[in-house]
Write a new protein. Structure first.
Length: 160
């Protein structure tokens, strides 16, 4: 009889945990191979930001990159060429970066991957040779990725 109870307990425990989705550690994102690949891409992105590696960031951006900055007016839109210029100016002024990401959700819409995350960024900005000050930003962001089947990799379409 005790063996039957033990087997029943194991069976109930297995059934109870089988339906539970596990998240990728330190995220609220379901642990799947696809989501792990997205997080890996995003961690490469985060590392490129911390290294101030404009070349790596541009290599992650799709040639059709377009960010509307959340406004209906087109004057503040950033395409790939404007992104190149913006990152070059950023690299000149920012001398050190600390960038943390807390991943919230990863969603797929047709051929797009939407990553919602909260970030904490600290930047040391050079105002001149002697005046360098730290600035801190905390906020929410969303990157939109496109997976290129031929290249076998993700590209950022907007959100940098």
């Amino acid at each position: 009889m005790p063996r039957a109870l033990f087997v029943a307990f194991l069976l109930v425990s297995f059934v109870a945990t089988a339906g539970c989705d596990k998240n990728i550690p330190n995220t609220t994102v379901k642990d799947t191979p696809e989501n792990r690949a997205v997080i890996n891409f995003m961690e490469n992105y985060r590392n490129a930001v911390e290294a101030r590696d404009v070349g790596a960031l541009l290599a992650m951006a799709h040639p059709q990159y377009l960010d509307d900055n959340g406004t209906p007016a087109g004057e503040d839109d950033i395409d790939y060429r404007a992104l190149q210029q913006k990152l070059a100016r950023w690299r000149e002024r920012v001398t050190d970066v600390r960038y943390e990401i807390k991943y919230r959700t990863i969603a797929r819409e047709m051929d797009r991957v939407l990553i919602a995350y909260r970030y904490s960024a600290s930047f040391r900005i050079a105002y001149d040779d002697e005046d360098q000050r730290w600035s801190r930003r905390i906020g929410e962001n969303r990157l939109v990725l496109l997976y290129d089947d031929i290249q076998g990799r993700y590209y950022v379409l907007s959100g940098m």
